[in-house]
Design a protein around this ligand. Sequence first.
Ligand SMILES: *Cc1c(COP(=O)(O)O)cnc(C)c1O
Length: 514
Amino acid sequence: MTAYHSTRSAQPTVPAKEAIRTGLAPDGGLYVSDWLENLEVDLGNLAQMSYAEIAQLVLGALLPDFTPEEVAACVDRAYTGTFASSEVTPVVPVGGNWVLELFHGPTCAFKDVALQMLPQLMACSAKAAAREAASAGAPAADKIMIVTATSGDTGKAALAGFADKPDTGITVFYPEGKVSAVQQLQMTTQAGSNVAVCAVRGNFDDAQSAVKRAFGDRELAERLAERGVVLSSANSINVGRLVPQVVYYFAAYAQLLRAGAIAAGDPVEFCVPTGNFGDVLAGYYAKRMGLPVARLIVASNRNNVLADFLTTGVYDRNRPFFTTISPSMDILISSNLERMLYYAGGKDCELIARLMDDLAKTGRYEVPASLKAALDETFACAWASDDEQRAAIKRCWDGHAYLMDPHTACAWDALEKVEALPGVARVVLSTASPYKFPEAVCAALGVDVPAEKNADGTPREPGFAAMDALEAATGTPAPAQLRALETAPVRFADVVDPAGIGAYVERQASEKLG
Ligand SMILES: *Cc1c(COP(=O)(O)O)cnc(C)c1O
């Protein structure tokens, strides 16, 4: 039993490589495995292990059809020299608690941890598929075009991960005028001969729906297949994005052991800012795999559909959507929740299929009492308004000289709202550098951002003025890659209507993978 299957049906099963290559199960469910609880992870040695060694252990366990050599090569390519910390994801003490910093990768957001790894895993998976096709005498689709719609952070992290990967192209669509200036520049200045970035008229949902339609367009798929190209997605429901995130829960535990904060076997709790339930799901996997996780605190912003769900057992997306200062958590459909429900509900595929059918038809579902009781054992939750996020940023800076971004502030606020368990170390997951959202952080601290002009008389982008102001006020350094955006050449200025996405992707496939 080492295969994956859909959350909505136990058959058919596929190897991990197939799950990674195809992303979503054919029935629309998410790929899961049934042996998380049977894995033997030797926690005794954890304190002595490096991030790369822990990654090899965890990835090897969760991706059994990858050889140890393949896993080692993937880990090396993903994490050697790409993160600005020797720990990759360092744990730092803040006011009697701990902060797990996940933002030291190339794009300064936690998505780098997964998106530096996903291209490596996908390359292995594509090779395996090509070998199989060749041995069956079938024509091999040996080139991949990654197509992703982004509300800001995923697009850049995916571009950074897939840039200049052989036999791979990547096309990213973002909603015109709906991402921050810094986020837009992060994408439109991306280097690489196989990348394309395009704005879409409309909001994120319009872009996302149009991308989904392109994936479902049979004629487009056939024309691409003639060129040996298949479409794939870097979406967070891919097993290849989930599995690398499990690693840092173990790595955090190892660092707490080394710091003498805990002894082997001691319980810890993690507080996770979340939108799509991806990050916190990885913590749930770690717990099922045997990491002593006392509790997972789910932190939401004003789009508090998850906090409501965990409190009432009713998931209801029929509610207003709010634009907040933590935009990467502005989500009402938490796709990865489906995986957690599968496990917490006793691996009952019929139940999951029914709940997801309710969700599709009515935008709502209610879980059985037994499942609700299982959630109560593992999860706590809280949510923070914009004002509460700003107040948490200020409290943390004034009280502990620690600077955090608005997403992390949701978690810090939740940690303070949810009563501590006696004797249990508390770890907050920090998902972005404060310099990715410098205007919001300046506003939180009461730091003035002067309106400035460039040398040519045009107004200076406030995001960069805010970076300067934040550095001056706090003495903390802005990451060089964010600062450099101000003078980096913009490479992409295309804008399309949602209906034009398919044609745009086809043109990119012929230009980049021709
Ligand atoms: C994507 C993102 C999140 C939410 O992560 P999920 O996996 O969707 O829960 C939180 N913070 C930041 C900065 C992000 O980019």
